[in-house]
Write a protein that binds this ligand. Sequence first.
Ligand SMILES: Cc1ncc(C[n+]2csc(CCOP(=O)(O)OP(=O)(O)O)c2C)c(N)n1
Ligand SMILES: *[C@@H]1O[C@H](CO)[C@@H](O)[C@H](O)[C@H]1NC(C)=O
Ligand SMILES: *[C@@H]1O[C@H](CO)[C@@H](O)[C@H](O)[C@H]1NC(C)=O
Length: 753
Amino acid sequence: MKFSSSLLAILLAPGANAFAPIRHAGVIQRSEPATSTSLWDTPSGPPYSGPSSKPILDSVNYPHDMKRLDMKELKQLAHELRWELIEAVSKTGGHFSSSLGVIELTVALHYVFDMPEDDIIWDVAHQCYPHKMLTGRRHKFPTLRQLGGISGFCKRKESEYDSFGAGHSSTSISAAQGMSVAKSMLNKRRNNCIAVIGDGAITGGMAYEAMNNAGYLSSRMIVVLNDNGQVSLPTGTQTAGGVRPASQLSAYTSNLIVSKPFQDFRDFAKSLNRLFPENVQDVNKRIDEYARGLVTGGTIFEELGFFYVGPIDGHDLENMVPILEKLRDSDSSKPVLLHIKTTKGYGYPPAMAASDRMHGVGKFDIATGIQVKGKAASPSLTSIFANALIDAATDDRAVVGITAAMPGGTGMDIFGRRFPKRTFDVGIAEQHAVTFAAGMACEGLKPFCCIYSTFMQRGYDQVVHDVAIQNLPVRMILDRAGVVGNDGPTHHGCYDLAYLGCIPNLTIMSPSDELELKNMVMTCAAFNDGPTVLRYPRGVGYGVEKLQSLFGYEFENGEIPAKGTPIEIGKGRIIRRPGGVRALSEHSPTNGSKSSRMGAASRGLLKEHRVAILSLGTRLSEALIAADDAEAADKDIAVTVADARFMKPLDEDLIRELADENGIIITVEEGSIGGFGDHVLHFLALDGALDDGDLKFRPMVLPDTYFEAATQYEQYEMAGLNSHHIMENILRLVRKGVSSKKVEVPELVEIEQ
Ligand SMILES: Cc1ncc(C[n+]2csc(CCOP(=O)(O)OP(=O)(O)O)c2C)c(N)n1
Ligand SMILES: *[C@@H]1O[C@H](CO)[C@@H](O)[C@H](O)[C@H]1NC(C)=O
Ligand SMILES: *[C@@H]1O[C@H](CO)[C@@H](O)[C@H](O)[C@H]1NC(C)=O
């Protein structure tokens, strides 16, 4: 009841219209400059530079070292911490401006509460750097997000100060609530559980589920809503909702301007009455109503059963510290929502000025904020996808694009610039995005629902129940499939092939190169008889030279075709025949006939020395190199390389043919156990190909473990999925006279924390 009435409140908020441009209250006002702004708040420059020494920060290794500080020293600590963060991230890269925005909050929370006994749960935890610096990990920042280093997110095994691991959003309120209920069931002396959640992360459904339940259970906990007016990762993307990220709640809270409500702490003390039993409340009713007048912004949260405080200036330590102390010392069991307003990138002008607020950065120059750019790489697969989708949308007015708060990451920013009215940013709401797409498909639109592989995990039942069972032609575009590098285990897109492969009638494809990506976008656009999945990794295109020399493409005019063409659903392709022949440059279709498929070079070779590599996705290039190297290493070996293109439906004819002609089949993919290799093996088994025991089969998949932060290359090294691993596998499997019982899984580097 409470839940739906609050949702109604959101929906019925004046002017509520999901796609109306969001009104925006403009800059956040600070309370009296004298109390809130310090002389360090707005450095002038460029060049920007920090303090030459950090005496207070040097004296604080753990939160208990802060307890003796006075307000002036706390402010100094915040200043030193901010510059420590700027200096650290300038050398490693990482998430940046979200941490800058919570410097004062972090200082205030650690000053008022006592971790690790008290729990502070950072939602997403991309803003946890200052927290890590104040909890014994300042000296580890040179290793941030690198192999063997500290994580860019909170992680329980890294520190007892990391109450809860994260990386994906909107989980903090549920986790805090679970901890709070457990503490009270276990009769713990203290029960302080604080969830810190951004106005972006609070758009995720879980946050509402938890708030609804918290009010009902009367869990004692504090939710700090860190409201910086940025719901999506900011890219200034045009969408059907305008350039502001679409969230009615954000529009609503941004109308709540920080004034001076809590400068007089008597006001706050009066409003605290609502935390006490009702008879006390009655006495103070009129005062209470007055207090309520100051906090009208809390209506939505109050309907969910929260005691609402705010909004207050989240950069104002003098205001925040006493409020947090009062909340800590209240013995109420009512959940509290403390609404703070902050500025993303606060205190570092280049971040505040940047269109993306310097959300995630590479190394940069502190004096100017200019990021060190690597040498001009080929276009990213993301941008190639976006441009292919623009081509599809130009041909077909039914094509629309959907993102869940990741316009830049998914290429929807590029698409949105061309087709703003056909681009929808729904907030951090993957479940909603999928079902929203399903609804659009019911009406005949062709929705491309563009969500990272890892975040699609959130929308799983929606994929099964709303899309697949109803056979609706939703195109699910999973960028960042495979390992992703420095974000680490929470962000790898390893599981999609396993979790989607088991869903009946889903078409699942994965391109091996940038031209295939374009072709598959067109394939998705053209196929309207059911749902499709297109998954591809974080990466860049190979460029025309490599496509010609390694893959064997023969392009007219020596250029990659600008526009993709649909390919046949469920049809793979042979890329390389024994002897190094590249099949793509054999023009005659008669060359596809069974007898000549093997190529002349393998004639006369023993079947047990004939190897087929069947690849799905961009490991194909590694497979091609491995095939060339294996044949060079042993002239008795003949390797055929095929690109499956589809995991569902499998190209059964191709697999049968490979099994007939070869004694060994190796599958390669960028995915976990349970994916492509298992589907091929399952098919071979049921088809009888394994019955007479003369076919060896080796699936090469990501090992059954979590890959910590490292570069993508290092992760594929550890996973054993680079070309030399494939070649070693081939040699081991054909080695004459040597039994080849087990594929050696390379030793994983133990991460020291
Ligand atoms: C389930 C999920 N979807 C998408 C993301 C990607 N993501 C990381 S941070 C972020 C924006 C978070 O905004 P907010 O909570 O307001 O924090 P801010 O960075 O503004 O401080 C998004 C969309 C995610 N981490 N988890
Ligand atoms: C499966 O997909 C095909 C199109 O590929 C469609 O014709 C068929 O109806 C679907 N089956 C079910 C049970 O939805
Ligand atoms: C068929 O492939 C062979 C290489 O295997 C090539 O030499 C030949 O030219 C191709 N035939 C035609 C008609 O293109």
